[in-house]
Design a protein. Structure first.
Length: 439
């Protein structure tokens, strides 16, 4: 009965549509930042600004370490924060100007000396601001509702904003890239203007419509006890393992998609239209996965989504030179599962935080979602760290082009099949969560 009052605060109460839309709105410009930073910016700095691939690669590596390191710091600080704005909102507010300045200076480089030090400085500032905004935003989802299914709606609206931001960025890049006389630098500049305009507007609407519950800590535990509780949280261990390796599988597909389009399909094809179709389909099907989760549970709904992706992607080996239509169909069909990949594991993470609350007496959503963010970034690093050295070792693309197919298709499918088996028997379902919340 110790936490009954806390769990009944929002139980059974659905958030209004305006609150959900306001909650998901900031995720749109925050997602729009990542596509140019990860995909287009390295080539822009290396080639157009003359830094070279080696320098850009080294900057990306060091700034990536910084990015991972800031997650637990921001997570723990937001867990401990006490102020009239709310312990999550204050960091989103403080992160707003940092994100805007870092984004503008990185995407629209100014000054006489634009070198690796410049790129490093503004990359670190941009990553810090992004973490200060996005991590508390995701952690807040655990506190807006304690209802098992309502959390899927909350995560779904946030991830819908993520998908919309990605789709809008792809659309802007495609349009500006085709416009006569527009360089890649001008396209990135336009995206920077979009982000710096929409981000403060979305943040203001978020502050206006979304509450930030001011919970009082029941107890305080030491570092060792807290670490012990974290390690003994079985649902968390299962979930973070499955999420990490599912993100690794998706990361392999993401980083190798350009190589697949260029070296297998060939011609003048670019990866942009395929990504656009993939994410548009994901946005369309996202509500269906949330609805299915209400009927059979989040873990089974996610498992079915992964199984669907495996089934469709099994046709990739049949794609040959010039088969752009077939690959487009594969991207559209696999895109149907991306909404489940984004929203359902995040909603399950909110349930895991409740398990920790009962065991530790502290609401440590910031810490848990910091570990979540670290696993996401780590999965992409592992994917790149495995795939590119292997391709270089086999002398790709001059030889052994089948190795690309193995990494792009076979490995992700095999990994996902293992994860489906593990996730199908995930212990923290609606009934188990209700028992925990009644303690």
């Amino acid at each position: 009965m110790l936490y009954k009052d806390f769990f009944n605060e929002h139980s059974g109460k659905k958030l209004t549509l305006s609150t959900l839309l306001a909650y998901g709105f900031p995720a749109m410009p925050l997602a729009a930042m990542l596509l140019p930073v990860y995909i287009y910016l390295p080539a822009f700095y290396a080639q157009q600004l003359g830094l070279g691939l080696a320098a850009v690669g080294f900057v990306r590596f060091l700034s990536g370490i910084w990015d991972v390191g800031t997650d637990p710091i921001i997570g723990l600080l937001s867990d401990k924060s006490k102020n009239r704005f709310g312990r999550r909102k204050i960091y989103i507010l403080l992160g707003l100007p940092i994100t805007m300045i870092g984004t503008w200076m990185l995407l629209v480089p100014t000054g006489e000396s634009i070198d690796a030090y410049y790129m490093m400085l503004w990359s670190c500032i941009m990553y810090l601001g992004w973490t200060m905004m996005m991590l508390p935003l995701t952690a807040l989802s655990t506190e807006l509702s304690t209802d098992y299914h309502e959390r899927s709606r909350i995560a779904g609206f946030r991830e819908a904003g993520t998908i919309i931001g990605t789709v809008l960025t792809l659309g802007m890049i495609s349009y500006l890239g085709l416009a006569e006389g527009e360089s890649q630098g001008e396209a990135v500049r336009f995206i920077a203007i979009f982000i710096c305009t929409v981000l403060p507007i979305s943040t203001a609407i978020f502050f206006w419509r979304v509450p930030d519950p001011q919970h009082v800590q029941e107890t305080k535990i030491g570092f060792r006890k807290g670490l012990s509780v974290l390690k003994s949280n079985k649902p968390f261990r299962i979930l973070i393992f499955c999420y990490l390796f599912n993100a690794f599988s998706n990361g392999l597909v993401a980083i190798l998609s350009i190589l697949f389009v260029e070296n297998v399909i060939g011609g003048d094809e670019t990866v942009g239209p395929y990504l656009f179709a993939y994410f548009v389909t994901g946005m369309i099907f996202l509500p269906l996965w949330v609805k299915l989760a209400r009927k059979i549970g989040k873990h089974k709904s996610w498992s079915i989504a992964m199984a669907w992706a495996c089934l469709v992607f099994a046709f990739v080996p049949f794609v040959d030179s010039g088969d752009s239509l077939m690959f487009m169909i594969i991207c559209i069909l696999t895109g149907a599962s991306v909404g489940a990949d984004l929203a359902l594991p995040s909603s399950m993470q909110a349930d895991v935080v409740d398990y920790d609350l009962v065991e530790s007496g502290e609401r440590r959503a910031g810490l848990y979602f910091a570990l979540w963010g670290m696993s996401t970034k780590l999965s992409l690093a592992i994917a790149a760290g495995i795939a590119f050295p292997i391709l270089d070792w086999v002398n790709f693309p001059d030889e052994n082009t089948h190795v690309l197919l193995i990494l792009f298709c076979a490995v992700p499918i095999l990994v996902k099949l293992l994860l489906i088996f593990i996730m199908w028997f995930y212990p923290l379902n609606k009934t188990a969560l209700a028992k925990i919340q009644s303690r």
